[in-house]
Design a protein around this ligand. Structure first.
Ligand SMILES: *[C@@H]1O[C@H](CO)[C@@H](O)[C@H](O)[C@H]1NC(C)=O
Ligand SMILES: *[C@@H]1O[C@H](CO)[C@@H](O)[C@H](O)[C@H]1NC(C)=O
Ligand SMILES: *[C@@H]1O[C@H](CO)[C@@H](O)[C@H](O)[C@H]1NC(C)=O
Ligand SMILES: *[C@@H]1O[C@H](CO)[C@@H](O)[C@H](O)[C@H]1NC(C)=O
Ligand SMILES: *[C@@H]1O[C@H](CO)[C@@H](O)[C@H](O)[C@H]1NC(C)=O
Length: 485
């Protein structure tokens, strides 16, 4: 048997043993080592049929059921529906069966050790709270062993009480708190036995003075829409006699659309209750607005009130459906247009930049990298290489490579590569040229590239630094000088 089951078993056992019903209907039973104990079958058949059928008791051992009879043990006594232990010992723990014709019943008995330092077993106490100044009564009664007992003694915290009245009765004081143990002394076969029953008495303060407490703020503003229904929940902590109610009356009577609900009460602890009541307002109208619906909780100790006030919900809260749909369409259209513009911008980048330069007249010569050394090469911002078959002869390769070194490593001038005649295989070109971005390579196509408006010249112009557009400009200043060897 699990330890957790003990308190429950105990409660049931105590309940049974204190009531008229002395039979043992529970499956799990707990007994204390050294005390007389019994199991009694709860018979549903009439008393006169008792003798007609044979009754058998078994203890279910690991190797099978063992028939219990008078010779089984001197401690065990069989009396029809009752199996008595004089007394119960630890070895008696186990499963027991009762059989009468077709009727059977099983119990699981757990015998726990007797406390060595106390007159009672802590696991077998019955807890009870008593309010101060209220009646404290301890009755030492035992439905089964009462008649057999020669003497009953009451102990408080294991000390024999001087005034040995039964039942023990007085007005509770805080000092009365403690463990009260009834000891029933019995004689059986010339031996003295005792059966104990212990109450754990707690003395608590006067509960009538507990102030009722309404839950939540004193004033509740509730946002409502006209024509809708609302439920106002009023809850309070109060004592057993406390009441909770709504106050909804006006000078000219009660509103027909306001309904008070039932009060529900839940016991949350000894002497403390949670009471709730709902006020239902149906089809809210303007009369219900700006009026205080009061809820009151009251008991002997005091009174507490809270108020609910209905306020009309602000109008502009939600975005109307058609505005939302319109907004979504606009957002999608704007996104599509933006994507198109970016795409066009990438494709017509060159034209757009030239167009911009024409109108803004920007002059990059003023802000680009200016070198202090006044040599011709160092002043250059572009290195234009025109590739042709004759150019690629071995004599000029060194010149080209050192020029590229100047351009790519030591300086920040940009390279423009013009394929004058188709070169095809770039493999023979210096390695560094492969690093050149593809848009910096221009192809001269004899027929298409001749016109000044052709893509070739536009691209070349685009790759060149921007210069301010002067009203009377010299053609040579605008057109790049093509170097060809
Ligand atoms: C009850 O009996 C047990 C032995 O079974 C003994 O130890 C204990 O002292 C007795 N209690 C009283 C109050 O005599
Ligand atoms: C006796 O009651 C008190 C108060 O309810 C509780 O704290 C205590 O654990 C109880 N003792 C036993 C042995 O159950
Ligand atoms: C106890 O009571 C029984 C009867 O209930 C009686 O037979 C027995 O003699 C009594 N014993 C003592 C010691 O008083
Ligand atoms: C009202 O509020 C109390 C406390 O919060 C809660 O226990 C109760 O269930 C509520 N009643 C309803 C009907 O919602
Ligand atoms: C509700 O309570 C407030 C203040 O607590 C009070 O002024 C008002 O008259 C009360 N209303 C009703 C209907 O009792």
């Amino acid at each position: 048997m699990h330890c957790r089951e003990i308190p429950l078993t105990l409660w049931v056992l105590m309940f049974i043993s204190t009531s008229e019903e002395t039979c043992t209907s529970r499956l799990h039973i707990t007994a204390v080592e050294g005390e007389p104990f019994y199991l009694k079958y709860c018979s549903s058949s009439p008393e006169h049929e008792k003798k007609k059928t044979t009754i058998k008791w078994y203890k279910n051992e690991s190797h099978g059921p063992v028939d219990l009879n008078l010779s089984s043990s001197p401690r065990i006594l069989l009396r029809d529906y009752v199996l008595e232990f004089w007394p119960a010992e630890l070895i008696d723990s186990g499963s027991y069966s009762f059989q009468m014709g077709n009727d059977t019943h099983d119990w699981k008995l757990n015998v726990i050790p007797r406390s060595k330092h106390s007159c009672f077993t802590e696991k077998l106490v019955m807890s009870k709270a008593v309010e101060v100044k209220k009646s404290l009564q301890i009755a030492c009664e035992h439905s089964y062993y009462q008649q057999l007992a020669n003497r009953t003694v009451l102990y408080k915290n294991c000390e024999k009480m001087e005034n040995n009245q039964n039942p023990f009765l007085k007005n509770a004081e805080f000092k009365d708190q403690g463990y009260y143990t009834c000891v029933f002394f019995l004689h059986h076969n010339g031996k003295l036995f005792n059966v104990t029953k212990t109450f754990n008495i707690t003395v608590v303060g006067d509960r009538s003075n507990i102030l009722p407490v309404l839950l939540g703020p004193k004033i509740n503003e509730v946002k409502v829409e006209l024509g809708k229904d609302i439920e106002l929940n009023c809850s309070a902590l109060l004592n057993e006699k406390g009441v909770i109610y709504w106050n909804t009356w006006r000078k000219n009577g009660k509103d027909p659309n306001v309904h008070e609900g039932e009060v529900t009460r839940i016991r949350i602890s000894e002497g403390k209750w949670l009471a709730s009541t709902i006020l239902r307002i149906e089809n809210i109208n303007t009369r219900n607005l700006d009026f205080l619906y009061n809820c009151t909780a009251v008991n002997e100790g005091g009174i507490d009130t809270k108020s609910f006030i209905l306020l009309r919900k602000e109008d502009v809260v939600d975005i109307p459906g058609h505005v939302f749909t319109g907004g979504m369409i606009a957002a999608v259209v704007v996104s599509v247009v933006a994507v198109c513009l970016v795409t066009v911008g990438v494709i017509y980048r060159v034209d757009l930049v030239l167009f911009y330069r024409h109108f803004m007249g920007r002059d990059e010569t003023l802000t680009a990298v200016v070198d202090e050394i006044h040599s011709l090469i160092e002043k250059s911002r572009r290195l234009i290489i025109v590739l042709s078959q004759s150019y690629m002869s071995s004599e000029v390769r060194y010149e080209l490579e050192s020029g590229l070194h100047e351009a790519l490593v030591e300086r920040k001038i940009k390279i423009i590569l013009i394929e004058f005649t188709p070169v095809g295989d770039f493999g023979f070109l210096p390695q560094s040229l492969n690093l050149l971005q593809s848009h910096r390579v221009l192809k001269w196509k004899a027929d298409e590239s001749l016109s000044y408006n052709s893509r070739f010249w536009k691209n070349l112009l685009y790759l060149m630094p921007a210069k301010a557009v002067k009203p009377c400009r010299d053609e040579s200043e605008v057109l790049p000088v093509l170097l060809q060897s």
